[in-house]
Ligand binder design. Structure first.
Ligand SMILES: O=C(O)CCC(=O)C(=O)O
Ligand SMILES: [Fe+2]
Length: 219
């Protein structure tokens, strides 16, 4: 399901058509990545996707617009945060701005045309992949931020990230957030739980997870 919000005065029909094509292109990419992430947990390819509601995932596109800022050292585009989505697939423009936090440092995520950047929380140092996708998706696509703590029972960690602003140039980014439906129960994948690795997270509806996060309540 593809959701639209905040389109304002833009050419809605064209945006909807383009985004639908874009979403269709992302589905096989997301499937492939979810499969690889599943394997990383020692599971079958489809098991992570199953834990995220299989084919009912919501695709939510957001367009970020960061105008040039005369004092970039005094401001941020987006403050430090983790995304609530299961995965976020992000297309930036060529203006530098996305940063991820690791070992007390903010690192720039470089823009590479026609590349996917896959960042996976606590394995970031060893799993920093630059994947060329040739003509499959045009432009640069970055896959960032996996809110995997719950599903993987803490093995994968969400990436803490922020965006900076540029003195001369406008920056834009088009993140697509892949989220389970609100009523879907998300919890650690049962196969990952055993006596040595007890469940670290409660299983709860995705909408309740969002509610706790937005209201800064314990999960
Ligand atoms: O603009 C970016 O590169 C990142 C945007 C982002 O983190 C978000 O919209 O949640
Ligand atoms: Fe984000």
């Amino acid at each position: 399901m593809l959701l639209y919000f905040g389109l304002g005065h833009m050419n809605t029909c064209l945006i909807i058509e383009t985004n639908e094509q874009y979403t269709q292109s992302l589905i096989p990419v997301a499937d492939k990545l979810l499969g690889l992430l599943s394997r990383g947990l020692g599971l079958e390819d489809g098991e992570v996707k199953q834990g995220l509601s299989c084919d009912d995932l919501f695709y939510m596109l957001k367009i970020n617009y960061y105008p040039a800022c005369p004092c970039p050292e005094l401001d941020l585009g987006l403050g430090p945060h983790t995304d609530m989505s299961s995965i976020t697939i992000l297309v930036p423009n060529e203006v530098q701005g996305l940063q991820v936090f690791k070992d007390d440092h903010w690192y720039d995520v470089a823009y590479i045309p026609n590349a996917l950047i896959v960042l996976i929380g606590d394995q970031i140092e060893v799993n920093f992949h630059w994947i060329k996708f040739g003509n499959r998706i045009h432009g640069s696509v970055q896959l960032v931020l996996l809110c995997w703590q719950i599903l993987s029972n803490g093995k994968y960690k969400s990436v803490y990230h922020r965006t900076t602003v540029n003195k001369e140039k406008t920056r834009m980014s088009w993140p697509m957030f892949l989220e389970p439906p609100p009523e879907f129960e998300v919890g650690p994948i049962p196969k990952l739980i055993n006596q040595d690795n007890p469940s670290k997270f409660k299983t709860k509806k995705y909408k309740d997870f969002v509610d706790c996060k937005l209201n800064k309540l314990p999960q």
